[in-house]
Design a protein around this ligand. Sequence first.
Ligand code: MG
Ligand code: ZN
Length: 368
Amino acid sequence: MTPKKILLLLAVLMLFSCNTSTKNNTTPKNVILLISDGTGLSQISSAFYFKETPSNYQRFQTIGLMKTSSSREDITDSAAGATAFAAGVKSYNGAIGVADDSTMVKNLVEIVSSKNIKTGMIATSSITHATPASFYAHVISRDFEEEIAVQLAESDIDFFAGGGLQFFNNRKDKQNILNTLTSNNFYIDTIGLTTLSSITNSKKAGYLLAKEGMDRISEGRGNFLPKATELGIQFLSKDNQPFFLMSEGSQIDWGGHDNDAPYLVSELIDFDNTIGKVLDFAEQDGNTLVIVTSDHETGGFTLASKKKYSTDGEEYDDYKEIEMTFSTTGHSASLIPVFAYGPGAEEFSGIYDNTAIFDKIMKVTNWE
Ligand code: MG
Ligand code: ZN
């Protein structure tokens, strides 16, 4: 070989290795999507004022904003919101995994399971509630939780944890869907979370730990959400296969609907702790894309200044004290923040529609 040819060969080799390394740096192996139902910027801000330890939101470098309207309404609900994330289509409020014309749309779980990618769902609501359901089920109304339970048992989901036991074992049709789960290779637990060692030899694992929604943090739910999320990560990654995990802080939304600030903030802090656990894993792992977002804002929540009265009876705003206020018991239409970390994260900066979450996941992973 002439020196010229050797140089040329070296140049080609360098070009080739550069290409592969760029690809490896931006293509995540795993995706973890954390959804805080009903959480706008004020809810997130509350962690910066009322959480005793630093907020884990602060650990993100890449932040975007998302438009959340559904196909027929300016203000979305959780069903249409999660269907946008899970299938990349705008549908009507109440729709679970169906398009605006009620036809079935392929969801993330169906798309990736055929490629040997493991999937998991975690929620502090029932596991058949609108947000998790949109990732694996197809029904024209979110109210059909008994039908959604059947579809979960027959889905390709590998791991789930949450409430909703009654939709499996106390049904109008008297069927026991726990039997369906067991015959579809699920280890099922209705008592409490276990360690990985008790499920490591099971093909699939499911935890149904409340009749309907899980207890509130204030009622003793403890660290269920961060713990279940860690267990889910361990279980899904145990055979070194890629995985997709969705984990939801469901009850931030419920605190908003109740206009109950202490309820809302305690649920938000629990979700913030879950973000911390997931980022700890992703930092170690280096191959995991973490996306944190919400379907919509709930309550028109505000960190306002407290109204006070001076000694001569004059009203004034005390800027030294926050008063948490609400403007509605429903949802609102404000843009929703998106936080991303890990390979592919840069894709999530900018302002885009909620359906782009699905598109961007598919783009950066090459799963489709
Ligand atoms: Mg929800
Ligand atoms: Zn809601």
